[in-house]
Design a protein around this ligand. Structure first.
Ligand code: UD1
Length: 357
């Protein structure tokens, strides 16, 4: 059922709230995006099979927004269940986060990754096309660029052959959306290529909740600071970079979430219609692993135990974004300094672990 709002000027104006289905909405990026969507006046419906998340962030989203969000514990590969969600709700668009995301695991279990990541997206698109179309934002990754020859990367930078099944599913899903938008006039799409999302909501009510040993740098750092991991390993200090450690573009999770709202707005305004636009979502600033570790310690006044080890297989030396397209076309820009982002990441970890300081 659509919600109706109206405002009083000289006569009531009815504003129809747009409902957005957020797949994978119980996860790190999905939950932060749900908060930003609600703040921007969208209705949000979350679907998540909870295979890599629990309800912690769903509860956090409700606390932050004061809204109990309709939630379906459904696997996006289940077409019947997805059709039911579309029958029960008036859905104007979708943001697709539901995917497996561990690079190493994808090498061990490629079929599981190909099946899940591709089938969930094609099922969503099929159901959307059957119900008349809509706007779709696809959650892609800078991994599609591999080790680019020229830095920073623009959206025109050629994609490189993926080195992991995970990376390959991102490329394939990008192509699927491009083809689907070309073929189905009711469908519009935007692809957002994220760089390295880090941080947590300033309320410390939602954040990253990796299962088991974290693969990504910042959750490993916060868990080490919390005493859950004995020591951080810095993977390689012999790269051709200023301090020898790898360079990445770390983007604040709330800034990243805001880009999704602007991508939807772009489609609602029917700008870029008929084509599936692609935007880099990063800060444009390269930061080395060592710089990030030192900054985390300085900002949060904690000591981290770390050691330099060999390079991690599959890592690129350096990547950062040229974000001028998103700045110009979406009107998006980053607003949080990395110090604030790292403080938020630590505040979230401390809250999770009951650390008082
Ligand atoms: C990876 C994925 C990317 C995905 C992102 C999500 C690839 C190649 N990378 O990026 O697609 O969007 O996660 O956040 O597909 N590091 C350490 N010690 C650690 C962990 C990491 O030194 O314990 C280093 C890594 O070697 C790397 C940097 O920190 O240089 C960032 O690593 P990570 O957070 O895992 O992200 P990426 O590998 O860049």
């Amino acid at each position: 059922m659509r919600s109706l709002f109206y405002t009083h000027f000289f006569f009531p104006i009815f504003v129809i709230m747009k409902n957005i289905l957020v797949t994978g909405g119980a996860g790190f990026i999905g939950s932060h995006t749900a908060v930003e969507l609600i703040a921007a006046g969208y209705g949000v419906i979350i679907v998540d099979n909870l295979s890599n998340a629990d309800t912690t962030c769903l509860d956090g989203v409700s606390k932050i927004t004061g809204i109990k969000i309709p939630f379906y514990k459904v696997d996006c590969c289940d077409k019947r269940e997805m059709q039911k969600i579309f029958q029960e709700n008036e859905i104007d668009g979708a943001i697709h986060f539901a995917a497996f995301k561990a690079v190493g695991e994808s090498v061990q279990k490629p079929l599981m990754y190909y099946y899940n990541n591709i089938s969930s997206f094609t099922t969503l698109l099929e159901v959307m096309v059957e119900s008349g179309g809509g706007n779709v934002v696809f959650s892609s990754s800078a991994t599609v660029y591999g080790q680019a020859d020229v830095l920073p990367v623009t959206e025109e930078t050629p994609r490189k052959t993926a080195i992991s099944p995970y990376g390959n599913t991102k490329q394939i899903c990008e192509d699927i959306l491009q083809d689907a938008v070309r073929a189905h006039s009711g469908l519009q799409g935007v692809i957002l290529r994220y760089f390295n999302p880090i941080g947590a909501h300033p309320s410390a009510l939602i954040g990253e909740l990796p299962r088991g040993i974290p693969n990504n740098l910042v959750p490993f750092i916060t868990q080490t600071a919390a005493g859950i991991r004995r020591e951080l390993q810095i993977f390689g200090n012999d790269y051709n970079t200023p301090d020898g450690t790898a360079l990445r573009d770390y983007i604040d999770i709330v800034d990243l979430a805001a880009a999704h709202v602007l991508a939807l707005k772009r489609m609602t305004d029917h700008k870029g219609a008929g084509k599936c636009e692609i935007f880099n979502v990063g800060t444009g600033v390269p930061v080395s692993v060592m710089e990030l570790v030192l900054k985390f310690q300085e900002v949060n006044k904690v000591n981290l135990k770390y050691k330099i080890t060999g390079r991690r297989e599959g890592d690129v030396e350096a990547i950062w974004a040229d974000t001028s397209l998103a700045n110009k076309i979406l009107g998006w820009k980053t607003s949080r300094p990395i110090e604030e982002t790292l403080a938020n990441a630590w505040a979230w970890e401390k809250k999770l672990r009951g650390i008082i300081s």
